[in-house]
Design a binder for this molecule. Structure first.
Ligand code: HEC
Length: 204
């Protein structure tokens, strides 16, 4: 990714430096607080990425960057069917309640929902994005084995659970936040009522 930056990003509607892009990973995907752009941590990560990109052409996406997303299934996705895929193929590592797995204090398998998961502002909260990631990479070591339908169903199941609030929340107003940041941002369930429950309330 290093040679693709600085680049415009729709998410914050400005040109982002590589350090700013990584700050987004801390804030959304890790649901944490981003170190300053000139901090030792971000300088070290930037230096490492710079070294990894040695000899790479500037401004050209290289093979292996990102992943394609499977087409949305014709009949749509089905959360209940996704629950079955999850129980059969994912729960062994990610936990029956999406809590992941710890060995001692070390998180060995990441939580997929709940208070320790990626938040409602992370790219992974989009069902289309999660379907692509899951189809190529999951179950761990058995990527490319789920059908498009299974990938969409299980992604929808995962993303129909509560997770930490979108840090961009406007005035404690889920509907306003949905309109500004989630409408038109792929397929997602933020601010949507599922089985009588409003999603996007956030958990701490
Ligand atoms: C053998 C254990 C294992 C199984 C089974 C497994 N995963 Fe994973 N999963 C992992 C590990 C480890 C990671 C972290 C990978 C990494 O950081 O590169 C991960 C990462 C993920 C992520 C990204 C989480 C994040 O915070 O970005 C998602 C989403 C995910 N898995 C979904 C699934 C789904 C859906 C299934 C079932 C179809 C599944 N996984 C099966 C071990 C597993």
């Amino acid at each position: 990714a290093y040679t693709m930056y600085p680049a415009y990003r729709k998410k914050n509607d400005k040109v982002n430096s590589f350090a700013e892009r990584m700050q987004g990973c801390f804030q959304f995907s890790m649901n944490g607080k981003a170190p300053a752009a000139d901090s030792e941590v971000l300088n070290a990560l930037t230096a490492y990425a710079y070294w990894l990109s040695t000899g790479a052409p500037v401004g050209q996406a290289l093979p292996g960057r990102g992943f394609d997303e499977p087409m949305p299934p014709k009949g749509g996705y089905d959360i209940a069917r996704g629950a079955k895929v999850y129980t059969a193929q994912c729960a062994i590592c990610h936990g029956a309640k999406g809590e992941g797995k710890k060995v001692g204090a070390t998180q060995v398998f990441p939580p997929l929902w709940g208070k320790d998961s990626y938040n409602w502002g992370a790219g992974m909260h989009r069902i289309n994005t999660a379907a692509g990631f899951i189809q190529h990479n999951m179950p761990l070591g058995k990527g490319e084995t789920l059908s498009d339908q299974e990938a969409w169903d299980v992604a929808a199941f995962v993303n129909s659970h509560e997770r930490p609030q979108d840090p961009r929340l406007l005035n404690h107003d889920i509907e306003a936040t949905r309109k500004k940041f989630h409408e038109g941002d792929g397929v997602n369930l933020y601010g949507v009522v599922v089985d009588g429950v409003l999603l996007g309330q956030g958990v701490q």
